[in-house]
Design a protein around this ligand. Structure first.
Ligand SMILES: *[C@@H]1O[C@H](CO)[C@@H](O)[C@H](O)[C@H]1NC(C)=O
Ligand SMILES: *[C@@H]1O[C@H](CO)[C@@H](O)[C@H](O)[C@H]1NC(C)=O
Ligand SMILES: *[C@@H]1O[C@H](CO)[C@@H](O)[C@H](O)[C@H]1NC(C)=O
Ligand SMILES: *[C@@H]1O[C@H](CO)[C@@H](O)[C@H](O)[C@H]1NC(C)=O
Ligand SMILES: *[C@@H]1O[C@H](CO)[C@@H](O)[C@H](O)[C@H]1NC(C)=O
Ligand SMILES: *[C@@H]1O[C@H](CO)[C@@H](O)[C@H](O)[C@H]1NC(C)=O
Ligand SMILES: *[C@@H]1O[C@H](CO)[C@@H](O)[C@H](O)[C@H]1NC(C)=O
Ligand SMILES: *[C@@H]1O[C@H](CO)[C@@H](O)[C@H](O)[C@H]1NC(C)=O
Ligand SMILES: *[C@@H]1O[C@H](CO)[C@@H](O)[C@H](O)[C@H]1NC(C)=O
Ligand SMILES: *[C@@H]1O[C@H](CO)[C@@H](O)[C@H](O)[C@H]1NC(C)=O
Ligand SMILES: *[C@@H]1O[C@H](CO)[C@@H](O)[C@H](O)[C@H]1NC(C)=O
Ligand SMILES: *[C@@H]1O[C@H](CO)[C@@H](O)[C@H](O)[C@H]1NC(C)=O
Length: 754
């Protein structure tokens, strides 16, 4: 039953992706292994597609002349096979924030003594949350996309969301019905907030400008590069579609249109939220859908039949009536089918978790039932590792769905993982649920902890839960390649972190743990927060100090590590976490000292200075790596203006606002906060200084939270409009080894191993 249903579904879903040319793989080898273009040979081999089996399979072996022969039944199978060879045999890889280290491969290429074979346990491997396009990729260049797409291909991802640049198509559709540029401008949000505009949470843009037309056109050009690359690397892009969210003045041009206002979102004032929603029952809806999809097809070609479409993401439906909900999906589905008879509707299942009060089992069932044909829908169980919805919805009442690891809210920074959940529970779900068709990654921000993301994608090729001890060991071996030896201390460091840091099973914390130093200072214990965006650590911080020592002293055995980009990145990241953890007791101690009636000003001052010194040292550590710099984020935002000053200012405002106030006046303040050099020095430190000064001036009895918040807010609002005038600070950065040496000796209390 399961196999038959799957097969039928896959035939439809992947009918286009299987344009089986190996051209893209040779392109990947040319980009990443330029000295070995003639040493890999890829062959699509259909012989093993035996009918009932829709899964990917590969085999890699060495030819007598040393060529690496990769065979498989799909392009994604081939890239997965290539990756297995590169990591398991040659011990090289490609990484987030570092880029490709594949060129560190030994030459001649290591030979295989016996073939490596692999078979996927699920047909689809998915990547991206809708909001990753704002938190992480908002200002990416094509070069960054190229690295990402090669990463995805090698990791076996065959179903990525392709969500860049859709405003061009949407604006064309709106023009067609007679909306003016001004009317459209009141709808579109700024570049750093497009994800939430696309699913109707917010509208319009704040910060002094509307979305520049240049931005729209340039993003569209970028998408025209991304899509063909995805396709040639064996991926089926998930394309945008018309969702129903429209400019308010749509009623001017379509007076009879059935338009309702959506709900208020995130505490935004009305002009920025309560988006207008054209109800899918309305004939206009299917006309706009038809127009959107046809324009899109004309732009990108006939490359995919899978469309993403979210109508109620953190947006409560106009009515909870079961008939109404069923009608919404039925007519939405029909609109897609009219535009593309092979259409499959993909949606994020986040709403069923985030608005679980509204989405009772009955309502979920009615909503999903509107799509009468199971195979026409695909649901992302968006937060499977912590809040799976597939069980309570009986596997989405039969609709195909993908088990996704969310892991990270808003690009939050913190070493974190739930190993057991993404191996044991993911395997269990595959065995139990007949309509599970994939594993996926749905991080809001693609931040650190890369190993945890790979673990789930690799789990897609194993019938039993992967064993993390061996997995971590193998990771270390490839991670630091290119430096001669791999000292034992590196293995020991990761082994120390593996269970306490990366295998949280404490249900009161369920995603990346945020650091207190990033938050707006307050006297109520902001360090002990559990649940949503928790700040409470689930491990003993001393364990991380021990791991830090192992990492740090590994370079004594192998000094070449100081020039190894993976080592440098990890050293900065782990040091960052150790220092962020050490800030917690300083903060607590300051507040409790202040709260003790006889606390002297001197004591408070001394404690305050210590906190500021720690932050300032943290900033210096972060400055050594471009990944941890505010300037990287701002410069990449500004670059999209191509020298137009007013656009550059608007882009910079967007970049700054997203990671701090998130909204014109702090609607979701600190949600996407960062520990970046430049943020710590120019934003966090001043906030803590305001706080410390306030406590020094105010005895507990006269403490006034409103007053403190107003002072902080005043500073925060001002910061939004600052300009990055400094030159690129990479020149100012000190040598990492030197900074660490200094920080280590200045803070014996933090780095001492006891
Ligand atoms: C797109 O491809 C499908 C096959 O997957 C085919 O049925 C359809 O006719 C094509 N549409 C266009 C407009 O080329
Ligand atoms: C090496 O052997 C493979 C497989 O037999 C073949 O395709 C390839 O052309 C050979 N390469 C060279 C340089 O002879
Ligand atoms: C195809 O099947 C044969 C026989 O079962 C097996 O030896 C071979 O490894 C398979 N090839 C691939 C690419 O999976
Ligand atoms: C919306 O339409 C009204 C007329 O119905 C017009 O007065 C108003 O200027 C329009 N709004 C925008 C933003 O163009
Ligand atoms: C800069 O962009 C704005 C629109 O965002 C435009 O009005 C202005 O003319 C542009 N300036 C120059 C010098 O091109
Ligand atoms: C905006 O949404 C809220 C519910 O979230 C609702 O109470 C309010 O009536 C809406 N406003 C409009 C104009 O629809
Ligand atoms: C749902 O659609 C059916 C068929 O078009 C219609 O009869 C019914 O009134 C609709 N119900 C609601 C609540 O919209
Ligand atoms: C993971 O599996 C365990 C054991 O079956 C179960 O108790 C737990 O609730 C599952 N957790 C999640 C988040 O599904
Ligand atoms: C998965 O995580 C949840 C907490 O989110 C925890 O309760 C559960 O025990 C974990 N499952 C396993 C198998 O560890
Ligand atoms: C300050 O101390 C009082 C009395 O011990 C206690 O009730 C209060 O919670 C403390 N406040 C803070 C911010 O620690
Ligand atoms: C889970 O973590 C929280 C926050 O650190 C802690 O208060 C709680 O005791 C932990 N629970 C378990 C079962 O360890
Ligand atoms: C707290 O400060 C606010 C703003 O300065 C002020 O309006 C309010 O009266 C103060 N509250 C108390 C209890 O003094």
């Amino acid at each position: 039953m399961r196999l038959l249903a799957l097969l039928l579904w896959l035939c439809v879903a992947s009918s286009l992706a299987r344009i089986l040319s190996t051209k893209g793989l040779y392109g990947l080898v040319r980009r990443r292994l330029p000295n070995h273009v003639d040493h890999f040979h890829f062959t699509i081999d259909y012989s093993n597609i035996t009918g009932a089996d829709g899964y990917d399979q590969f085999m890699v072996q060495s030819a007598p002349n040393g060529t690496i022969l990769v065979k498989g039944n799909s392009v994604s199978a081939l890239s997965s096979g290539l990756h297995r060879y590169l990591t398991e045999v040659a011990h090289v890889d490609i990484y987030w924030f570092i880029g490709s280290r594949l060129d560190q491969i030994a030459s001649p290429l290591p030979r295989l003594t016996k073939p490596i074979e692999g078979s996927s346990t699920v047909p689809w491997r998915y990547h991206f949350n809708t909001v990753t396009f704002s938190y992480t990729t908002a200002f990416w260049t094509w070069e960054e996309w190229e690295t990402q797409l090669d990463w995805l291909a090698l990791q076996g991802v065959n179903l990525p969301l392709a969500w860049v640049g859709q405003e061009k198509i949407l604006v064309d559709v709106f023009h067609e019905i007679g909306l003016t540029d001004t009317e459209i401008a009141t709808f579109l949000t700024g570049p750093a907030f497009q994800a939430w505009n696309r699913f109707g949470n917010i509208q319009g843009s704040w910060g002094g400008s509307s979305l520049p037309r240049d931005w729209i056109d340039r993003q569209f050009d970028l998408q025209k590069k991304i899509i063909p690359r995805m396709v040639e690397l064996g991926m089926t892009p998930v394309l945008p579609s018309f969702t129903g969210f429209v400019p308010m003045n749509t009623t001017r041009v379509l007076p009879d249109a059935k338009i309702v206002r959506g709900s208020q979102w995130g505490g935004f004032p009305r002009r920025y939220t309560n988006d207008s929603f054209l109800e899918p029952f309305d004939d206009h809806f299917s006309k706009l859908q038809y127009s959107f999809i046809n324009k899109q097809r004309a732009a990108y070609g006939n490359v995919s039949h899978i469309y993403t479409l979210d109508q109620y993401n953190e947006n409560v439906p106009y009515s909870g009536d079961l008939d109404y909900l069923r009608n919404i999906t039925r007519t939405t589905w029909q609109s897609l089918k009219q535009a593309d008879p092979d259409a499959i509707w993909m949606m994020q299942g986040w709403l069923f978790y985030a608005q679980s009060d509204f989405w009772t089992g009955e309502r979920v069932e009615a909503y999903l039932a509107g799509v009468a044909d199971h195979k026409d829908m695909l649901i992302l169980d968006l937060f499977s590792e912590s809040a799976p919805q597939w069980r309570r919805t009986q596997s989405y009442y039969g609709k195909p769905w993908i088990w996704c690891q969310l892991h990270d809210y808003g690009g939050n920074m913190g070493l974190y993982g739930q190993i057991t959940n993404i191996t044991v529970n993911a395997t269990q779900a595959r065995i139990e649920s007949p309509s599970l068709v994939g594993y996926g990654l749905s991080p809001e921000g693609q931040e650190g902890n890369e190993i945890i993301y790979r673990l789930l994608l690799d789990q897609a090729w194993s019938t039993t839960p992967l064993e993390s001890k061996q997995y971590f060991h193998d990771w270390v071996r490839s991670r630091y390649s290119g430096s001669g030896s791999t000292p034992n201390e590196l293995y020991e460091a990761w082994e120390l972190m593996r269970t306490p840091v990366y295998d949280n099973t404490n249900a009161s914390v369920y995603a990346v743990i945020k650091s207190v130093l990033e938050l707006r200072p307050a006297i109520d214990n902001i360090a002990g927060r559990v649940g949503f965006q928790a700040t409470a650590l689930t491990y003993d911080p001393m364990i991380l100090v021990q791991a830090w020592h192992k990492l740090y002293y590994a370079a004594d055995s192998e000094p070449a590590l100081w020039t190894n980009p993976a080592y440098r990145l990890d050293m900065v990241d782990v040091t960052r976490q150790v220092m962020a953890n050490a800030f917690i007791p300083l903060y607590r101690s300051l507040v409790s000292t202040w709260n003790t009636s006889n606390a002297g000003q001197d004591t408070l001052s001394r404690k305050g200075e210590q906190m500021i010194q720690l932050l300032s040292d943290l900033d210096a550590v972060l400055l050594t790596s471009s990944h941890f710099r505010l300037s990287t984020w701002i410069n990449s935002a500004r670059a999209w203006a191509h020298g137009n000053d007013s656009q550059a200012s608007f882009l910079e405002y967007n970049a700054r606002n997203q990671i701090t106030l998130w909204g014109p006046t702090g609607q979701i303040a600190d949600y996407a906060s960062k520990q970046w050099s430049g943020v710590v020095s120019s934003f966090s430190i001043p906030r803590w200084q305001i706080f410390i000064k306030y406590l020094k001036s105010m005895p507990p009895a006269s403490f006034n939270a409103t007053e403190l918040t107003a002072q902080l807010m005043d500073f925060e609002l001002h910061w939004q409009h600052e300009k990055w005038e400094k030159p690129d600070p990479s020149g100012e950065a000190e040598d990492l080894e030197k900074v660490l040496g200094r920080v280590y000796s200045r803070w014996p209390s933090i780095f001492a191993e006891s």
